[in-house]
Write a protein that binds this ligand. Structure first.
Ligand code: HAM
Length: 424
């Protein structure tokens, strides 16, 4: 049997309906924040991610799906989309477009991680990038955008963690301080940390190895080493979050696993996710465009929500609730009724109803199917009904059956399907 590759999976109904709902909600929120969609290719030149995300990161050094194309170019399946969006920004001279550029995307990303609950090799992100402003107002608005999406999707209990990772003016001296402190303790740390203590000391801070955690907790904090500008920026972001009533926790170790960040970094974590608790990650990347060859500055900030994890929290909160069945199940008895049912179904679908037509000629079996598919109404159509020009409509929940005329079908079905109005 040929199976889906490890770390990839099929999204099947009824779960696919949750995925569609999440995407529709996100699109709706993006629209109200004036974001527009960008679709970038699923594969890019490897050098884009090596330079953008950083050669020393786990993503680039261990997790990319890369291959050499026939012309010798090294190509990589995108492990994330921020570098691609900035590549596109530079390529299409978006700096010349009017105003701040607000772009969103949704689609698959690829990382060769060890698969486990909430961690896949093909996973999906819903993300956005806001390019062209250094203002902390944008940081707060981008974080608010995530809050709104999570809320619209019905996610409760996500916690916001924020930090500042400084800028090229203040970070180098912090890294030197960190390196100096690491020399004394690195001998007790994991192999990766021992190497990173010299090559990329900041990465030590997001090491996940349990035994290393107390050592890391005792290392110097970046927040004590920010320059005046970064420190004011961070203070303003926090104030703006407070003004919006958005709760947050400052986590000085939150350096994130990608090298392009400057100033604000953030994550949303959710308890229902277990070890892979981050449902969204993001931050500011004021120097990324220049490191990818842009001659003009393009400061930006963005986030990516892990859609697989978002759907998981929603499904866990809902429990085993199954998807809704069709509004109406038509059970035609006989050839003439079958032909009539096809036309009737077409017309009712045009009126917006979800209609299923039985291909079973036995009434008992058709009704059984209607029950199993959780149809809300069944319309029985036999020779007698055809001759009389009436239809027998059965409410499946109550079992109540009544005779209706053609024009009464849609209103009756819609009345039951429509949400119940709140009485004032
Ligand atoms: P990231 O933290 O690498 O950031 O990924 C963002 C989110 O994608 C994570 O919080 C997680 O929910 C989800 N995710 C990552 N890897 C996996 C996986 N293997 N399986 C399932 N879900 C996963 C970025 O990708 C940045 N581009 C975010 C960003 C946008 N920063 C600025 N703009």
């Amino acid at each position: 049997m040929i199976k889906a590759i490890r770390g990839t999976r099929d999204i099947l109904p009824p779960s696919s309906a949750v995925w569609n709902g999440v995407e529709a909600s996100a699109r709706e929120v993006f629209r109200t924040f004036n974001y527009q969609e960008i679709r970038t290719p699923l594969f890019e030149e490897t050098v884009l991610f090596a330079r953008g995300v950083g050669a020393e990161t786990d993503i680039v050094s261990k997790e990319m799906y890369s291959w050499e194309d026939r012309d010798g170019t090294s190509i990589t399946l995108r492990p994330e989309n921020t570098a691609s969006v900035i590549r596109s920004y530079i390529e299409h001279r978006m700096d010349q477009w009017v105003g701040v550029k607000k772009l969103y995307y949704m689609g698959p990303m690829f990382r060769r991680e060890r698969p486990q609950k909430g961690r896949y090799r093909q996973f999906f992100q819903i993300g956005a990038e806001c390019i062209g402003s250094e203002s902390p107002l944008i940081d707060a608005e981008v974080i608010e955008l995530v809050v709104e999406i999570l809320e619209r999707c019905g996610v409760e209990g996500a916690k916001l963690l924020v930090n500042s990772v400084g800028c090229p003016r203040c970070r180098p001296s912090f890294i030197e301080t960190l390196k100096a402190s690491l020399q004394a303790v690195k001998g007790n740390m994991c192999e990766d940390c021992q190497r990173r203590a010299d090559t990329n000391a900041l990465r030590v801070l997001d090491c996940k190895v349990e035994a290393d955690q107390p050592v890391i907790d005792a290392l110097p904090s970046i927040l004590d080493h920010l320059c005046g500008e970064c420190s004011t920026h961070f203070a303003t972001v926090k104030e703006l979050l407070e003004a919006r009533g958005i709760a947050y926790e400052v986590k000085p170790r939150l350096v994130r696993g990608l090298d392009y960040y400057t100033k604000t970094t953030f994550e949303f974590v959710h308890g229902a996710l277990g070890a892979q608790s981050a449902v969204c990650g993001g931050g500011r990347y004021d120097g990324l465009a220049e490191s990818l060859g842009s001659r003009v500055a393009a400061p930006g900030i963005g986030f990516s929500i892990g859609e697989d994890r978002l759907v998981m929290t929603i499904e866990e909160a809902r429990g085993g609730e199954t998807a809704a069945g069709p509004d109406l199940f038509i059970a035609p008895m006989g050839d003439a009724a079958q032909k009539h049912a096809a036309v009737l179904a077409r017309d009712l679908r045009r009126e917006g109803l979800v209609v299923e037509v039985s291909s079973d000629r036995k009434l008992k079996r058709a009704l059984e199917t209607a029950n199993k598919t959780a149809a809300r109404w069944t319309l029985i159509l036999g020779d007698d009904e055809l001759a009389a020009g009436t239809y027998s409509l059965k409410a499946m929940a109550s079992g109540e059956q009544r005779s209706v005329k053609r024009e009464e079908i849609a209103p009756a079905v819609k009345r039951l399907t429509a949400p119940v109005a709140v009485q004032s």
